[in-house]
Write a protein that binds this ligand. Structure first.
Ligand code: OVM
Length: 394
């Protein structure tokens, strides 16, 4: 068998600390590479990641989008009926979420989300010194998303440990996973209660999902699971997207100045941060039949790891990919995926990113890193746990 092989562990601390040299090697090794440690295929090239995302008939999601193959192992939690299914099942829950998170729905949230961003940035300007992750990248989504969903108030901060658990669970059962599920019981117990129709406010994403039971789009058993998808995918992802943008703008002062000079670039600055850091780094697919990735032949029933982050830095696709450039044409990046499973919350994420960065651009003169950034280790998500900063008012 003539195919590239690598013993890289893409779920290790060493890799997370500096993934770029390993990503370069994977991309250069071939169209697809056998990862011998895990017995899975992988591709780090943009062209192939993109093609896989569109070819759901060959590269399915219904056997799980993590390392575990649902055809061989029971899922660790009841499977998501959006993420971990294929058409035609996928279309029903997805259709409901498309409507709940539609552009019209986003328009209705815009003023409230922008006001919350302004208020938070004003508070942070009073403090000057703060942690850009805890006090902004986490605090902002937690101040708007649970209300938009209509969640009960109690234990809303469980959203972060819960997300950390699920995104670690897409990888191997390593030390990062073990740590994330250490105190799972109370969080999972809480989660079960948040999904129910009677727990959710009469207005909000949650109520709108449950209303799809009345129209026959979802069954009463399915609706709580669709709410669970929002609880799972709605916070940690955005936290790391915002964290990525803040880390970029703090590191690259010329880009920060460009944003200040033209706050209408806020949306673009967020999008480029999603490309540049790729908060969701990887997902798997499973082959439903014999397949090809470029020149490499892959048999039916194989797990294939898509390196979204590496694809977003593939020099075959991007000019100077390692440069954060808010004027870049980011169209086509796979930070939100692509094809039928492409992030259903992307417009909500962009709204949050845009209003936070626009508020900063209008009100803040400088962002300085005043302590050592700390990385948060997660099998799927890339981001920091701490970014001490000092800001000055414009
Ligand atoms: C879900 C789900 C969970 C994690 C991520 C995600 C990025 C979806 O439960 O449906 O999308």
């Amino acid at each position: 068998m003539q195919h590239p092989v690598s013993d890289l562990d893409p779920f290790s601390k060493a890799y997370f600390d500096d993934p770029y040299p390993a990503q370069d090697r994977l991309r250069e090794a071939g169209d697809a590479v056998w990862l011998s440690r895990y017995g899975v295929w992988a591709t780090a090239r943009f062209q192939h990641v993109r093609a896989m995302l569109f070819d759901w008939k060959t590269f399915c999601s219904s056997r799980g989008v993590g390392l575990s193959d649902f055809a061989k192992e029971a899922p660790w939690r009841p499977r998501s009926i959006v993420l971990e299914v294929d058409p035609p099942v996928h279309g029903r829950a997805r259709g409901v979420l498309n409507r709940v998170l539609s552009p019209a729905a986003m328009k209705r949230l815009e003023a409230r989300f922008a006001a919350a961003a302004d208020t938070l940035v004003d508070e942070l300007l009073e403090r000057q010194h703060f942690d850009a992750i805890a006090d902004l990248a986490e605090a902002y989504p937690l101040s708007v998303f649970p209300d938009a969903l209509g969640m009960p108030r109690e234990n809303r901060d469980y959203l972060l440990p819960y997300g950390n658990m699920v995104f670690n669970a897409f990888g191997p059962r390593n030390a990062f996973f073990d740590k994330a599920v250490e105190n799972a019981a109370p969080v999972l117990d809480w989660l079960g209660k948040q999904m129910r129709r009677d727990a959710l406010a009469p207005e909000g994403f949650g109520a709108e999902i449950h209303a799809a039971v009345d129209t026959g789009e979802l069954t009463a058993e399915e609706a709580p699971l669709v709410v669970r998808s929002l609880l799972t995918a709605g916070v940690d992802t955005t936290v790391n997207g915002l964290g990525a943008a803040l880390y970029c703008l703090a590191r690259y002062p010329d880009q920060w100045q460009a944003l200040r000079a033209d706050p209408s670039l806020a949306k673009a600055a967020f999008e480029e941060a999603v490309r540049f850091e790729s908060p969701v780094q990887t997902f798997f697919r499973t082959t439903t039949r014999d397949a090809r990735i470029g020149e490499v032949e892959i048999q039916e029933g194989q797990k294939v790891l898509m390196f979204l982050g590496a694809a977003n830095r593939d020099p075959r696709q991007w000019e100077n990919p390692e440069i954060y450039d808010i004027r870049r044409k980011t169209i086509g990046h796979v930070g939100f995926g692509a094809g039928i499973h492409m992030c259903v919350g992307q417009m909500l994420a962009r709204l949050e990113g845009e209003v936070v960065l626009a508020a900063l651009a209008r009100k803040v003169a400088s962002i300085d890193i005043v302590g050592t950034p700390q990385r948060r280790y997660n099998n799927t998500l890339r981001g920091l746990s701490s970014l001490p900063v000092e800001i000055r008012a414009a």
